[in-house]
Design a protein around this ligand. Structure first.
Ligand SMILES: C[S@@+](CC[C@H](N)C(=O)[O-])C[C@H]1O[C@@H](n2cnc3c(N)ncnc32)[C@H](O)[C@@H]1O
Length: 276
């Protein structure tokens, strides 16, 4: 791997880890570019720029997702959760799960799982000093294989409550990939007192939602906006904590939230639920 050039707005192609095709946009890198990060290649920035040009609030939507991630992890730590499985964790950004969790409980453990190998390349560098955190490259759709990973076995005790994060990942599963079944397989393996934290693109009927879906489908062939009813089914059998499944800025906000929300705040729904 070469050096990252600080003067660029992102990574140069020479930086790519072996096996990473820099001619195809990746969800993780496009999301990073949309957040204003630097861990992305030109092909990813084209898609992020297209999104932001078509929907000027797209970056705010991504930032709202990162903000609820932080509030949600803090909430779960306050409920006594000290082990987290973060599926589709994405590239390291500000306020990653282990940073939030370990700030409140230094003994908290986190396993990050992402299908994109570049997440592992960056995560390893960031976590070299952190014995309570692991990053793994794996396909979250294969729940049984993920739960059997050595890193999960080492850091997550499946006999104690777990915080399961599926933040902005389930909308990358198509209906024929049985997203509800994938979520259920993880939950079935977790004990009572565990939490599911899920955010998801919401088909809110706006032009913005349609445009984002079209751009993501064009670039990745994924990114499915679902109805409130469809998203609610992912929480079947669980007890949603207050305020339920809501637009992300409305989930236990730290600051005053504008009323009405800008469209950027309405592109996803999110919630946290406890397994009884
Ligand atoms: C929009 S990002 C969300 C990142 C982070 N969870 C957040 O909310 O800030 C979606 C992530 O899911 C990952 N992903 C998509 N499909 C996946 C799969 N089948 N298994 C594991 N990760 C996946 C992508 O690589 C990407 O990093």
């Amino acid at each position: 791997m070469g050096e990252q050039d600080e003067n660029r707005t992102g990574l140069s192609a020479e930086w790519a880890p072996r096996g990473v095709d820099v001619s195809i946009p990746s969800i993780a890198r496009v999301y990073d570019a949309a957040l204003g990060g630097k861990d992305n290649f030109a092909v990813d920035r084209v898609v992020a720029d297209e999104l932001i040009a078509a929907v000027p609030g797209a970056r705010d939507g991504a930032l709202a997702n990162r903000a609820i991630l932080s509030r949600g992890v803090r909430f779960m730590v306050e409920q006594g959760i000290d082990q987290f499985l973060d599926l589709g964790s994405g590239l390291p950004s500000a306020e990653n799960t282990h940073q939030v969790a370990q700030r409140h409980n230094p003994q908290a453990s986190v396993v990050y799982v992402d299908i994109d190998p570049i997440v592992l390349a960056h995560g390893r560098a960031m976590l070299a000093e952190n014995s309570r955190t692991r990053v793994v490259t794996a396909d979250a759709r294969d729940a049984k294989a993920v739960l059997a990973l050595p890193e999960v076995q080492e850091l997550i005790d499946l006999d104690r409550p777990v915080g399961l994060l599926m933040v902005a990942i389930v909308h990358h599963l198509e209906d024929d990939e049985d997203p509800a079944g994938v979520v259920r397989t993880y939950l079935d393996a977790l004990p009572s007192g565990s939490y599911l934290f899920l955010t998801h693109f919401w088909a809110n009927g706006t032009r913005e939602a349609q445009v984002i879906e079209q751009v993501l489908h064009g670039a990745h062939n994924t990114g499915r906006f679902r109805s409130r009813e469809e998203i609610t089914t992912f929480f079947d059998g669980l007890d949603l904590v207050e305020p339920g499944l809501v637009n992300l800025p409305l989930w236990r906000p730290d600051d005053r939230v504008p009323d009405p929300l800008p469209v950027s705040g309405t592109l996803l729904l999110g919630g946290i639920a406890r397994k009884p």
